[in-house]
Structure formats: C-alpha cells, structure tokens
Design a protein around this ligand. Structure first.
Ligand SMILES: NC(=O)c1ccc[n+]([C@@H]2O[C@H](COP(=O)([O-])OP(=O)(O)OC[C@H]3O[C@@H](n4cnc5c(N)ncnc54)[C@H](OP(=O)(O)O)[C@@H]3O)[C@@H](O)[C@H]2O)c1
Length: 164
C-alpha cells in the first residue's frame, strides 16, 4: 500500500483557518479530484466536518476520530490511523487529505507527497503543515499554474517520493 499525502500549503506552511481552507482555488480542487478519484481518502474528523457537501463522491471516505459512537453519512469512522491502515492494507494507494493533526500522524509513514504550493501568505491562518525534512524526499514533478480570473493566486503542483 502506498501512503500519499495531498495538501495545499501557503508560503508560511499554513493550511487552513477557522476550519476551512485558506482560499478558493478551482485549479487546485480540480487537481485534487483528478488525483484522488477512485481511491481511498483518509481525513480527520474536523476536515470531514469542513466539507461543504459531506463525504466526497467516487472515493472511499475514512474519518479518524477518537469518538467510538460517531456515525457519518458516506464515511467509515476509524479510531486510529493505525487501524485505518490495517483495514486498507490491500489497497494500492491511499490518500491522507488532512488536516494538520492527521498530516502530523501520517507523515512518518508517507511514501509520496502531493503538495500544492500556493504563492501567497495567509496571516490569519490557524493550522499548519508539519515540518518536512526535504533531504528525505526526491522531487518527481513540478507544474506551475498562473493566477487567472478564477484563481486569485498562482500555485505550483509539486510531487515528491520518499527516498528512505
Ligand atoms: N490546505 C489543505 O490542503 C487542507 C486539507 C485538509 C484540511 N485542511 C484544513 O485543516 C483544518 C483542520 O485540521 P485540524 O488539524 O484542525 O483537524 P483534523 O486533523 O482534520 O481533525 C482532527 C480530529 O481528528 C481526530 N484525531 C486526531 N488525532 C487522532 C488520533 N491520534 N487518534 C484518533 N483520532 C484523532 C480527532 O477527532 P475527534 O475530536 O472526533 O476525536 C481530532 O479532533 C481546517 O482548517 C481544514 O480546512 C487543509
């Protein structure tokens, strides 16, 4: 099973504010959909709650929560990331889609990183991606996307493969 992390990060490592995303970037949402569709996605309970229409379609949704009573429409709840990985061991590639707490838990197990670098800073952000030691990662892809009338900020879609 390949464990992939997918995230959009501002210039200062920020990933969210007030339990929502930093900004609306349709180009990044399209990129996210293309990469994750047909796969299993794993997220924290707060990220699930932040989704505007609940579980994401065409993907198996797994939500991590300590609450053993929690029932969610369209998603399976697991009480730990370890348990989720055990359950998913036969899957080809699973995607960790956030938020900060779940990225922190998953980073030591990740094989791939899909990082959208947003070329802007968001001073009111309140959640951040954990520090990454890029000596342990090889860049395998990089595509620049300029700002346009629909996307207020330019971004770069980066891919990394673990070299350990
Ligand atoms: N920029 C991006 O790409 C991106 C992507 C996703 C999310 N985000 C943003 O990230 C923010 C949310 O992140 P967050 O860090 O606040 O929350 P989160 O990681 O989405 O969810 C946190 C919840 O996960 C559960 N959890 C955490 N550690 C656990 C453990 N060890 N065992 C079992 N359950 C555990 C707990 O749920 P219970 O309280 O139910 O026990 C905890 O409250 C939002 O602003 C969101 O928009 C950004």
């Amino acid at each position: 099973m390949t464990v992939s992390i997918i995230v959009a990060i501002g210039k200062n490592g920020e990933i969210g504010k007030g339990n929502s995303l930093l900004c609306h970037l349709p180009a990044d949402l399209k990129h996210f959909k293309e990469i994750t569709s047909g796969h299993t996605i794993i997220m924290g309970r707060k990220t699930f709650e932040s989704l505007p229409s609940g579980a994401l379609p065409n993907r198996r949704n797994i939500v991590i929560s300590r609450n053993s009573e929690l029932k969610l429409e369209g998603a399976e709840v697991c009480q730990s990331l370890d348990y989720a990985f055990l359950k998913l061991v036969d899957e080809n590639e699973v995607f960790i889609i956030g938020g900060a707490q779940i990225y922190e838990l998953a980073l030591p197990f990740a094989d791939r990183l899909y990082i959208t670098k947003i070329h802007a800073a968001f001073p009111d952000a309140d959640v951040f991606f954990p520090d990454v030691d890029f000596r342990k990662w090889k860049e395998t892809g990089r595509t620049f996307f300029p700002a346009d009338e629909k996307n207020l900020y330019a971004c770069t879609f980066c891919e990394y493969q673990s070299i350990f």
